[in-house]
Design a binder for this molecule. Structure first.
Ligand code: DGP
Length: 114
């Protein structure tokens, strides 16, 4: 088992998800509680619990996650713009302890967030 959290189980195929991208380094799937018409999660297959545990060796992986976000934004019709969010730990609002990037769009998104 990769780790005992819901995203590790999705990576292992143990629980289902609406997967829209799958490559050697990451997976993307629709969020089960969408906060916008498009709300996708992009996650590394490597176990990285939180954003602040990234190291220099993860630089190419972080770049890859961002480029997958660009590709998916295009495929999902977000030409007018979108938001990428990474929540980190409790005060950042992180609920699943596996690094994930939210790709959200399809409506105007306000700032600042709550
Ligand atoms: P965060 O709060 O940044 O840790 O975001 C976690 C997101 O994960 C939240 O928007 C809801 C989503 N989520 C939680 N459990 C599942 C699940 O089992 N499947 C899917 N597709 N999304 C999930």
């Amino acid at each position: 088992m990769l780790a005992d959290n819901i995203f590790a189980k999705i990576i292992e195929g143990k629980i289902p998800a609406r997967i829209i991208h799958d490559d050697a380094h990451c997976l993307a799937f629709h969020d089960v509680h969408p906060q916008a018409p498009v709300h996708v999660l992009i996650i590394p297959k490597k176990i990285i619990p939180t954003h602040d545990t990234l190291t220099a060796e993860d630089g190419p992986l972080v770049g890859h996650l961002n480029l997958v976000a660009v590709k998916l934004a295009g495929e999902l019709g977000l030409a007018d713009g979108y938001r990428l969010v990474i929540n980190c730990k409790d005060q950042g609002g992180q609920t699943v302890p596996h690094l994930h990037m939210h790709l959200m769009g399809g409506r105007p998104l306000h700032w600042p967030p709550g």
